[in-house]
Ligand binder design. Structure first.
Ligand SMILES: [Fe+2]
Length: 401
């Protein structure tokens, strides 16, 4: 076991059918009477946001800000914070996917630190508590786990880089998980974001900073993904499956926020930056190859994960020596099914990634913080081998990396 570890998850979870209807009560407890409601134009258009507005009927909403783009930026955060101040808001309600939730985290940081430009807070690790800014997160995807993490990723448009802000102060006071919020997600997005959740859980369970608490969260997340991702993808209106996936996302987020991720995320972040591949798609493509790369040093962890990836019957029937390989095979099998259902890409070639850029991707991956805690040392050559393998191979064979 890790000789020393820390685990923090101060976020109150409200999960269930109709959980959003309790939002007014939660705001009352937090002392919020004039919230800034953050969301995006798509959620406004398809009516997801109106469910939240309806839940706040009879209560004052200081300002509704729906100008959050797909990849939030410093400018967006600064503008939303300016509106928070201009409209005298006293708390934040964020309704959206990772981009909206991360924007809300940025706004909270600016208001609490009485600062007008997020760039001024770049690289600050130990910020003072500052002004209290109550924050409720209502995720509308089941993937990033941002509602349970101390991390915000914000784009620096000037330098064309994604900046990571990490602080306990970024964790929401309340996360509301309601199946109605993810019901309209198309199958392809459900599958892609679900594989991001699975990847958070598997990497949190096998990275160097794993600990007993993050393990418990990660293991349960894997089990919920196994039981519900295919149902949620195939039958979008299956409330139980949607709610279970929202819980899996929260659990996996809390797990990796308190341990870390690994080589799959390091390469995935780099592929996103250099080749603009959607994060969940990259996770889906890279996961089996990343697991095979790490297998040699975390055979025991993968063997344990088989119980959650395949259930007790398969786990007990599989000889101990073969459990790690079987766990990887279960991931490969799930990917195949999702590919058949939604066309979720299995190779980098299908995404249009240019192999000529792989050296640039590998260099960026080695600069990613996640490689430091990957259980096996990651080299430039290893990343290139993984990228080349994932370019054309569909991950079915058991080749080593
Ligand atoms: Fe991720």
């Amino acid at each position: 076991m890790t000789p020393y570890f820390e685990f923090a998850n101060p976020t109150k979870l409200c999960s269930g059918a109709g959980a959003v209807d309790n939002l007014g009560y939660e705001l009352e407890i937090l002392g919020v009477h004039n919230p800034l409601l953050l969301s995006d134009a798509v959620l406004e258009k398809i009516g997801t946001l109106s469910l939240v507005i309806k839940a706040l009927q009879g209560r004052k909403i200081g300002r509704i800000f729906t100008d959050v783009p797909r990849d939030s930026s410093v400018e967006t955060v600064n503008e939303a914070a300016a509106q928070y101040r201009a409209y005298g808001c006293d708390g934040i309600v964020a309704v959206g996917g990772g981009s909206v939730l991360d924007t809300a985290k940025g706004v909270r940081l600016l208001i609490s630190q009485t600062c007008e430009d997020l760039l001024e807070l770049m690289g600050c690790e130990c910020l003072p508590a500052g002004k209290r800014v109550p924050f409720v997160a209502i995720p509308t995807t089941a993937g990033t786990g941002s509602e349970a993490t101390a991390v915000a990723v914000i784009r620096n448009t000037e330098k064309n880089i994604k900046m990571e802000y990490i602080s306990q102060q970024l964790m929401p006071d309340v996360a509301v998980l309601d199946a109605r919020m993810t019901m309209t997600l198309p199958p392809r997005v459900t599958a892609s974001t679900g594989m991001d959740t699975l990847c958070h859980a598997i990497e949190a369970y096998s990275c160097l900073q794993k600990n007993p608490l993050s393990d418990a969260y990660a293991a349960k997340a894997v089990e919920l993904v196994r039981e519900n991702l295919l149902h949620a993808t195939r039958f979008g209106h299956w409330k139980e499956a949607r709610l279970a996936m929202a819980n899996a996302s929260f659990l996996a987020g809390a797990a990796f926020s308190n341990s870390m991720v690994g080589v799959v995320h390091a390469i995935g972040h780099a592929l996103g930056g250099v080749c603009h591949i959607a994060h969940g798609d990259a996770m889906n493509i890279l996961l089996p190859a990343g697991m095979r790369f790490n297998r040699k040093v975390c055979k025991a962890e993968y063997a344990q994960l088989l119980l959650y990836l395949a259930g007790p019957e398969v786990y007990l029937k599989t000889p101990e020596q073969r459990r790690a390989d079987r766990a990887i095979a279960e991931v490969v099998h799930l990917r195949k099914k999702l590919n058949r259902l939604t066309g979720l890409p299995l190779t980098l070639k299908e995404t249009g990634a240019d192999p000529a850029k792989f050296p640039e991707v590998a260099a960026a991956a080695l600069n990613d913080g996640a490689v430091i805690v990957n259980p096996r040392q990651v080299t430039y050559e290893a990343v290139i081998r993984i990228l080349e393998y994932c370019y054309e191979e569909r991950g079915d064979d058991h080749g080593r990396h």
